[in-house]
Design a protein around this ligand. Structure first.
Ligand code: ZN
Ligand code: ZN
Length: 586
């Protein structure tokens, strides 16, 4: 008996709805006036790309299309399919887009099939719900928006109209998703980044090259320092590598061939260089310039380093899709027998880091291993077995919530990828631990073992936050800008009520500064309400109000963004409380 798994079923439902969308659009706008192209399922629903000719379709037309889809759905009782010849297909689908697809299918030597339901036939290779009318809840989908999309994603091609739909198994899931999207819009890091003056995208510098404002830099530096704190007592050493390199390095590593068009090239005189797309080959060069013995292993390097990859302009966005990415990178070189222990240490670091960020709830890990086709992978069976089992044992010993991803390993080795959920339930792939047998081979890495022989180390690539830019974007949205005290650009604002309170308030401010607490002194000639509102708008975690009562009692009145009025406390208590909270990264 064959049961469809949940993922497969929802994908089939989404793709089925793409057919229904195409059929409905054809009905409303007339099949002979428009050209249907492609309509796949996507993560949250489906889309269909359509050439509407001279007709303009916008978001305001979606309601009508959606309502008509619901009216049509009951007629979609059963899918049938048919294999046809190339000539028949070309005759039936009289548009150049379908013709391109048909020719390609035929060139690949695959069968050309059509699927029909509700009187509508489309070129398709299958993947539908058999009985849409009874299997799809009409309230579980919604048309979302209209966007432009180049045919096959190529800007040289014609711009088509893409209609996006949202679709979930149930109406409740759809509603929850819509709510999450609304919340996500409020938290959008591009919007908050501007409001809180965290970063800037300058037209003159270029898209995908965000500039950090002082406030943003404080957050980034705190994250970076914390990452180093978690590594420095675990045998890691800091290294540094330049941003450009001779081409040869990436030819040896294989990245030149692999990254191809994503590489930035720079010229100096007659010499050509690459901007580095990754740090691994550089770290290998640091390793090889030593004569290590088994006693030195493992060797561990840490370097938050910026790498450069050319991404298409249209895909750049805020801090999450950029051309300059700072990986919190690290490489360790060890013996196969040491993989388990090293992975456990890294897992410990990941757990500490994400517990602090309050993201451990609902996390999961993908253990990516080989598939059946061994020709895809580099390294001997024996070493792969050892590495895969070392990763799995480490996953078990550390009680990780892991799933095995068969055939998902990198060609150079197995890996653990960590997915974390943010405050509104969105999943982000962030940390990664990867074993690599390829680069040590390419760079001829070696150390001397107990027998005085040369032995090849394994390389483990690891990143905890992934990249500082993307991680900061995720954090802005995760906290909705309400950063915990240790990450807040301004930790406390000191507000004198009137001018005659300035002197005492200034003393409090100086005291906070002496203890490296990021304080701001607000002696602007504005009323108290305005100053407090400013602290709230800037999402400051604390502010202190100083008036007659406070000066008389030699105390301060503390108010918290998250917990409201905290009453009067002495200056010493204030410092102690804040320092403790900063230290604990609450
Ligand atoms: Zn289909
Ligand atoms: Zn690496």
């Amino acid at each position: 008996m064959y049961f469809m798994d949940k993922n497969e079923k929802i994908n089939h439902q989404r793709h089925t709805l793409a057919h229904l969308l195409a059929a409905t659009v054809g009905k409303i706008y007339k099949f002979d006036k428009i050209k249907l192209t492609l309509g796949p399922a996507v993560d949250n629903g489906f889309y269909y790309d359509i050439d509407f000719g001279d007709e303009k379709v916008s978001d305001t037309d979606l309601k009508k299309i959606e309502d008509t889809m619901r009216k049509e759905l009951p007629k979609w009782t059963e899918f049938t399919h048919k294999e046809i010849s190339k000539d028949e297909a070309l005759k039936f689908f009289k548009n150049e887009y379908k013709a391109e697809l048909i020719n390609e299918i035929s060139e690949r030597g695959e069968k050309i099939t059509t699927y029909t339901c509700g009187g509508f036939t489309d070129l398709c290779r299958g993947g539908h719900l058999e009985h849409p009318a009874t299997e799809i809840d009409p309230a579980s989908f919604k048309l979302d928006r209209v966007a432009g999309a180049y045919w096959r994603g190529d800007e040289k091609n014609k711009m088509l109209t893409r209609i996006y739909g949202l679709a979930f198994a149930t109406k409740a899931e759809l509603d929850a998703y819509i709510l999450q999207q609304e919340e996500a819009r409020k938290r959008d890091h591009r919007k908050l980044g501007k409001e809180l003056k965290l970063f800037t995208i300058s037209d003159l510098v270029g898209a995908g090259l965000p500039l950090l404002q002082p406030n943003g830099m404080i957050i980034r530096k705190e994250i970076e320092d914390y990452l180093w704190d978690l590594h420095k007592n675990k045998g890691y050493s800091r290294v540094w590598t330049p941003h450009i390199t001779k081409q040869g390095l990436y030819e040896t590593s294989g990245h030149a061939a692999k990254f191809g068009n994503e590489l930035f090239r720079v010229k100096g005189g007659d010499e050509e260089f690459f901007m580095k797309p990754m740090n691994c080959p550089h770290h290998m060069q640091i390793f090889v310039d030593n004569q290590f013995s088994y006693r030195d292993m493992p060797v561990r390097y840490f370097e938050p380093a910026t790498v450069y990859r050319y991404e298409k302009a249209g895909q750049l966005s805020g801090l999450t899709r950029v051309r300059a990415i700072t990986q919190d990178d690290g490489h360790l070189f060890c013996r196969v027998s040491q993989i388990g222990q090293e992975v456990s240490t890294i897992v410990g670091i990941i757990k500490s880091f994400y517990s602090t960020m309050n993201m451990m709830e609902g996390y999961w890990v993908r253990l990516s291993v080989r598939g059946d086709d061994m020709s895809k992978y580099l390294g001997s069976d024996e070493v792969w077995n050892k590495a895969e089992s070392a990763l799995e044992i480490a996953a078990k010993e550390n009680k990780l919530n892991y799933k095995i991803g068969r055939d998902e390993a990198a060609f150079y080795g197995p890996k653990l990828d960590f997915m974390f959920k943010d405050a509104i339930g969105r999943e982000w792939q962030l940390a990664t631990i990867q074993c690599d047998f390829n680069l040590p081979e390419r760079f001829q890495l070696k150390f001397t073992n107990e027998k005085g022989e040369e032995e090849r180390p394994v390389v483990i690539h690891r990143a905890i936050s992934g990249s500082l830019e993307r991680f900061m974007g995720v954090m802005i949205e995760h906290y909705a800008g309400n950063f915990p005290l240790w990450l807040s650009p301004v930790q406390v604002k000191v507000i004198p009520v009137r001018e005659n309170h300035n002197e005492y308030a200034k003393k409090v401010f100086e005291l906070l500064k002496e203890h490296d607490i990021r304080a701001e002194f607000d002696d602007a000639d504005l009323n108290l309400g305005t100053k407090v509102r400013d602290a709230k708008n800037n999402k400051m975690p604390y502010w202190i109000v100083i008036g007659d009562k406070e000066v008389e009692a030699d105390k301060v009145t503390l108010e918290s963004r998250d917990n409201g009025q905290l009453g009067q406390i002495s200056k010493e208590e204030l410092v102690k409380k804040l320092l403790e909270e900063i230290k604990q990264k609450k």
